[in-house]
Design a protein around this ligand. Structure first.
Ligand SMILES: NC(=O)c1ccc[n+]([C@@H]2O[C@H](COP(=O)([O-])OP(=O)(O)OC[C@H]3O[C@@H](n4cnc5c(N)ncnc54)[C@H](OP(=O)(O)O)[C@@H]3O)[C@@H](O)[C@H]2O)c1
Length: 192
């Protein structure tokens, strides 16, 4: 049975609260999915510093803290898995989404490093790097016409699937070039 814990993960002590709730419910974490994220779409000087801090707390610090909190028990059991949701913005600088893309790059490299550290110790780590997908997250991002979105939800679901979970990272290749062309028009530097 699912036991929801409502918590603002951008708070300093968020992980501690999650851990206490896990103890209260007498639950162990077999699979940690760091999915929550926020973003600001604006020229950097117009973005509020406090909101940037909250974004970094949520996208980066909460992920590191939750990983730190639950890896010891996974190691003790000799099994576990961590799925960190990055973005294809991890692979390229993104003007007007500069802090968001930088947090996603952090997630990607952090995940890949842990993949190496834990691959022979029973813990699987993967970064999932979806492209633009029709979800509530992107509704405020009016720069895109929703008609221009490629509906790659199915591909993102494939990324979450067990068949990909042995991988170091999962991206909806090779559809990337088409699916995310509108997004990457923002970036001055692409894959080439
Ligand atoms: N949609 C895309 O095009 C796209 C592309 C690349 C990567 N991603 C990544 O995919 C992941 C999921 O996003 P999504 O597109 O599925 O959007 P979404 O449906 O809006 O999901 C975002 C989730 O983050 C949670 N969240 C936001 N702020 C939080 C906070 N302070 N504390 C705790 N939880 C918080 C939200 O919770 P509530 O529902 O309670 O607000 C929501 O469940 C994110 O990491 C995002 O960066 C999305």
């Amino acid at each position: 049975m699912a036991k929801p814990i409502a918590i603002d993960l951008s708070q300093e002590k968020a992980t501690q609260i999650v851990q206490e709730a896990m103890q209260q419910f007498d639950l162990e974490v077999d699979l940690l999915i760091n999915n929550a994220a926020s973003y600001i779409y604006a020229p950097f000087e117009q973005s509020e510093l406090l909101k940037n801090h909250q974004m970094i707390m949520l996208n980066v610090v909460a992920m590191v803290d939750l990983t730190d909190a639950f890896i010891p028990a996974m190691l003790a059991r000799g099994t576990g898995a961590i799925l960190n949701v990055g973005a294809q913005g991890a692979f390229s600088p993104m003007p007007y989404l500069s802090v968001y893309a930088a947090t996603k790059a952090f997630i990607l490299w952090f995940s890949e490093a842990l993949w190496v550290e834990y691959r022979d110790r029973g813990i699987r780590v993967m970064a999932l790097c979806p492209g633009a997908t029709r979800t509530p997250l992107l509704i405020p991002l009016r720069v895109f016409s929703f008609h221009s979105f490629i509906h790659n939800t199915r591909k993102v679901k494939e990324g979450y699937s067990g068949s990909h979970f042995g991988a170091i990272q999962s991206s909806p290749h090779p559809a990337f070039a088409d699916a995310n062309a509108p997004l990457f028009k923002l970036a001055q530097r692409g894959w080439g």
